[in-house]
Design a protein around this ligand. Structure first.
Ligand code: SF4
Length: 355
């Protein structure tokens, strides 16, 4: 990798890249030509850009890095769901997960190294916040997934390490690069931003005029429990969050998906299922129920299967569209942040600073 001294070329939007080439005195077609090498052929070597003059390639290689991230370690190749420890130019690392379903491949990417939001059941939160990812590092995770999978990922979810709305500009820029019609061409409707409930981010996204999917992690149907599980709730309480979701739906005419991790004896009672149904009743909403994956440092467990069945039944009876998501790869430490924590403990990178 070129380290931090060079600009990540994959962090430039198409218009920024065209301007950079124009500033070098290059004709407009040259930017389009190189853009195709980057996102259609997806080369990782300047020499491979055969129709680009060698002098220009050398000039670009002196200023720009072509390798925004690299694969350090892969877990779970035998199980289908692959979790990749992704190395960054400054020696830090994040995680991404490739989740196959039939002939589709969903890629879960990280937006930050660590996370300052400290949800109690999350390994990323336990490591504290280190830094925001650059757009190029997020685009780089998708390119890496492309390479691993051997084909275009069908869906991208910003649900890995970090709170995407805590790194809003870089995430939105990465999405626009992924979505570029002459580049990777990943449709906005196939891209999901998952937030822990950062209201200003929800409000900003509503005004972007971009068709990405929004997913909101609830994990509790009442304010007191949500305060305990997700400290973000103290800043953006449930009532305000649900009002922001209603405004989002009214303004964008889009459905929100709510994530609810089922934790045995904590948030999985019939009473809590009924409270969740009441909370979501005013919205066109989908619910993803996810039995908790074991997390180092958190004692909670997934409930028994019949408890999850009861929860689904209560929501469905209230007319809510609900899906039980398999806890993909508890066996490969798929709960986000755990692979990195293991890596940190082994002394490969500096321990996170904490939030
Ligand atoms: S669940 Fe998301 S917002 Fe909460 S600590 Fe983990 S990465 Fe951060």
């Amino acid at each position: 990798m070129d380290g931090k001294t060079k600009t990540l070329i994959h962090g430039l939007s198409a218009s920024e890249f065209a301007a950079a080439l124009a500033a070098l005195g290059e004709p407009a077609f040259r930017a389009k030509q190189i853009w195709k090498w980057l996102y259609v052929q997806r080369v990782d070597d300047w020499a491979a850009m055969r129709n680009v003059p060698a002098t220009l390639r050398e000039k670009l290689a002196g200023s720009y890095s072509l390798e925004p991230v690299r694969r350090l370690e892969v877990d779970g190749e035998a199980t289908g769901t692959r979790k990749i420890l992704v190395g960054l130019g400054d020696g830090e690392c994040v995680e991404e997960v490739l989740i196959p379903a039939g002939d589709r491949m969903t890629v879960c990417v990280s937006s930050q190294v660590g996370c300052r939001f400290a949800c109690v059941f999350c390994a990323s939160g336990k490591s504290g916040f280190v830094r925001n990812l650059e757009s190029g590092e997020m685009v780089g995770q998708v390119l890496l997934a492309f390479r691993e999978h051997g084909d275009r990922p069908s869906n991208i979810v910003f649900m890995g390490m970090g709170e995407p709305f805590d790194n809003y500009e870089a995430v939105l820029k990465a999405i626009r690069i992924l979505n570029d019609q002459e580049g990777l061409l990943i449709g906005a409707r196939h891209i999901t931003i998952s937030t822990s409930g950062v209201i200003p981010g929800i409000e900003r996204l509503a005004g972007e005029g971009i068709q990405v999917e929004l997913s909101v992690s609830l994990h509790a149907p009442d304010n007191d429990l949500r305060d305990q599980l997700m400290p973000v709730n103290r800043r953006y309480p449930l009532k305000d969050l649900m009002e922001a979701c209603q405004r989002y739906v009214a303004g964008t005419r889009r459905i929100i998906t709510f994530e609810y991790t089922l934790i045995g004896g904590v948030n999985d009672s019939r009473r809590q299922a009924e409270a969740l149904a009441r909370l979501l009743k005013p919205l066109p909403a989908r619910v993803n129920l996810i039995p908790l994956s074991p997390v180092d440092g958190y004692l909670g467990e997934a409930p028994a299967p019949q408890v999850a069945d009861m929860f689904i039944q209560v929501l469905e009876q209230a007319g809510i569209n609900v899906t039980l998501r398999a806890s993909k790869g508890g066996e490969i430490e798929a709960a986000c942040g755990q692979l990195r924590r293991r890596h940190v403990k082994a002394g490969s990178v500096g321990e996170a600073a904490g939030s």
